[in-house]
Design a protein around this ligand. Structure first.
Ligand SMILES: *[C@@H]1O[C@H](CO)[C@@H](O)[C@H](O)[C@H]1NC(C)=O
Ligand SMILES: *[C@@H]1O[C@H](CO)[C@@H](O)[C@H](O)[C@H]1NC(C)=O
Ligand SMILES: *[C@@H]1O[C@H](CO)[C@@H](O)[C@H](O)[C@H]1NC(C)=O
Ligand SMILES: *[C@@H]1O[C@H](CO)[C@@H](O)[C@H](O)[C@H]1NC(C)=O
Ligand SMILES: *[C@@H]1O[C@H](CO)[C@@H](O)[C@H](O)[C@H]1NC(C)=O
Ligand SMILES: *[C@@H]1O[C@H](CO)[C@@H](O)[C@H](O)[C@H]1NC(C)=O
Ligand SMILES: *[C@@H]1O[C@H](CO)[C@@H](O)[C@H](O)[C@H]1NC(C)=O
Length: 504
């Protein structure tokens, strides 16, 4: 699902009229830019990724004439981390197109780019394999459309079993999509991963902002079929998904009476369901006769019958269409049609079921712990439990109806800081082991942690009294508090418990 863009744009070609246009809503992050903000590409101003991530190292490629955003990157040498996350503020409930760009450039002295995973919120999105593009001198990008379920959206990279060197990223973009766009998809359950977004018959560069107000990229697509130019402009807002006017400038067609066959997208697809939208417009000068009727089928299956395409244009879409292998779109004209069929643009996105989220109260508690511990593990960012293979270091989760944190073990992690009272919100926690750190301050009330079986806070610098509420924990059977600066007694309710193991 990687797409390619040419990387050797010459810097001097970039227009200087930066302030004359408004930016799309969202974030354009130039990864690894360090302190030097403001790379400008195609009139868009990128900002540094610092402030959105706290892990990884940055470097600058030596390759001359690279697009500025490709010339720096952030990479992640720490092999012990379960993931490396960006966290970006978003509008809750908003729909975002997340675009990631990768250009390896041999930054680590190697010959082949590493292969690794990318994760959005709690869902594994895809494998990143830029090997082929890199061998062809190209950068790679990936896109996914997701809804923000909270005020922050996380995007992470992670190692997988094929990862042989440090994962890296060149650019991360979040574009805010209008509510009406792709609104037939239930974004509470699914994300849409772009396979192809094409402007048929167009030449040269891809179409993007400001031609597409949402900064979606429309790649030129050509085959052996004839190309026609449109004689009248469309209005994006008249169409589902608001495709840019420019995507309609050209179209692929065929001669009168013939069936039009297009192998698009070019690469074979994995067996899955896809969102497909196709855009059509009769390219002729408007007149009472400027319309054409044809059937649309995909891989031999009827997609739309007797589609009447006029100079006003039309969108046809399917929310869940199964595809596998090579895709062929066939447009069959109605018998006796004076002109052949025509197609201007198309989008195919894979429907990706979302992997869920950790229960919000646990997330809130874990994020507070991450703030209050000094130097928590570097992967304490993004979803604490998801994806399953990428939960935070020291965190064990249950994956039943709700995804919950059931154990926390940070024994001997050389952390200082305090244990915040929000820890008590972890009401599904069975084991809390924080022994052998430098934690200080009071032990908070934990009366709501009804599942807690073992509590290890030994060998720290906790002070004050042992909270009485510990006596109310019905399942507690082991409590280690030795080697702290605690005063007072163990609550008598605890001491009276049968079979409890106490060290003070
Ligand atoms: C990455 O950065 C860390 C912290 O700044 C540093 O200790 C480490 O040596 C760097 N790693 C590499 C491979 O440059
Ligand atoms: C990455 O892509 C290359 C080229 O397509 C392929 O040969 C290689 O097997 C892929 N690597 C993995 C781990 O999938
Ligand atoms: C989706 O957007 C279209 C086009 O703006 C609008 O007509 C339709 O009512 C919307 N549907 C939903 C479910 O919001
Ligand atoms: C197609 O639409 C045009 C314009 O609305 C109309 O004049 C024509 O009759 C339609 N053709 C068919 C076959 O429905
Ligand atoms: C178009 O599809 C309709 C309905 O499936 C079918 O009746 C008709 O024969 C098809 N037309 C052509 C030209 O294939
Ligand atoms: C917590 O980690 C320590 C050290 O790695 C280990 O000895 C201990 O058994 C773990 N505790 C639990 C409950 O898994
Ligand atoms: C705790 O902090 C002190 C200095 O404040 C340091 O000497 C000691 O090594 C730390 N202990 C642990 C277990 O990290």
């Amino acid at each position: 699902m990687s797409l390619s863009i040419l990387f050797l744009w010459v810097v001097s070609c970039i227009p200087l009229l930066v302030n004359s246009i408004s930016d799309p809503r969202g974030y354009l992050l130039d990864c690894g830019a360090g302190k030097k903000d403001g790379a400008i590409v195609d009139n868009l101003k990128y900002i540094t990724d610092e402030g959105f991530i706290s892990v990884g190292n940055i470097t600058t490629l030596k390759t001359p004439n690279l697009v500025p955003i490709l010339s720096t990157l952030r990479y992640f040498p720490d092999t012990s981390a379960c993931k490396y996350c960006y966290v970006v503020p978003v509008v809750k409930g908003g729909k975002y197109l997340v675009r990631t760009t990768y250009y390896y450039g041999g930054f680590d002295g190697g010959k082949e780019p590493p292969v690794f995973d990318q994760i959005v919120e709690g869902t594994k999105w895809s494998v990143v394999n830029t090997t082929e593009d890199y061998a062809n001198g190209l950068s790679s990008y990936y896109e996914i459309m997701v809804m923000a379920t909270g005020k922050m959206l996380s995007f992470c990279l992670a190692r997988n079993e094929d990862t042989k060197s440090s994962p890296f990223i060149s650019a991360l973009e979040l574009e805010y999509m209008d509510d009406s766009l792709y609104n037939t998809t239930d974004f509470k359950k699914f994300a849409l991963a772009t396979v192809a977004r094409s402007s048929f018959g167009s030449a040269g560069d891809s179409i993007s902002f400001p031609d597409d107000e949402f900064n979606r990229l429309w790649q030129p697509f050509k085959d052996m079929n004839p190309i026609v130019e449109s004689h009248v402009n469309i209005t994006p807002s008249d169409f589902w998904n608001m495709p840019p006017e420019k995507a309609f400038y050209n179209a692929i067609t065929t001669s009168r009476g013939k069936t039009l066959q297009i192998n698009w997208p070019q690469n074979p697809l994995s067996n899955a369901k896809y969102y497909i939208s196709l855009y059509f417009q009769d390219n002729r000068t408007p007149s009472p006769y400027s319309w054409r009727v044809f059937n649309v089928s995909i891989n031999g299956k009827n997609f739309f019958s007797d589609l009447n395409v006029t100079t006003d244009g039309v969108t046809v879409y399917s929310t869940q269409w199964p595809l596998s292998g090579q895709t062929q779109i066939v447009l069959t004209p109605r018998n006796g049609s004076p002109v052949g069929p025509v197609i201007n643009a198309g989008e195919i996105m894979q429907i990706l079921p979302l992997g869920g989220k950790t229960l919000t109260r646990d997330v809130v508690a874990m994020e507070e712990l991450a703030r209050m511990f000094n130097k928590p593990p570097s992967d304490w960012s993004g979803d604490p439990c998801l994806p399953k293979e990428n939960s935070w270091t020291g965190v064990t989760c249950s994956h039943e109806k709700h995804v919950r944190v059931v154990a926390l073990n940070l024994t001997g992690m050389e952390m200082s800081g305090t244990l915040p009272s929000k820890v008590a919100k972890l009401s599904a926690l069975n084991h809390l082991w924080l022994g052998g750190n430098n934690l200080s301050g009071k032990i908070p009330e934990m009366g709501s942690m009804k599942e807690l079986k073992t509590l290890h806070l030994e060998n720290n610098k906790f002070e004050g009294k042992v909270p009485k509420s510990l006596g109310q924990l019905p399942k507690l059977k082991e409590i280690f508090l030795q080697n702290n600066k605690l005063s007072g007694e163990i609550p008598s309710s605890l001491q009276k418990k049968k079979g409890i193991k106490i060290r003070m």
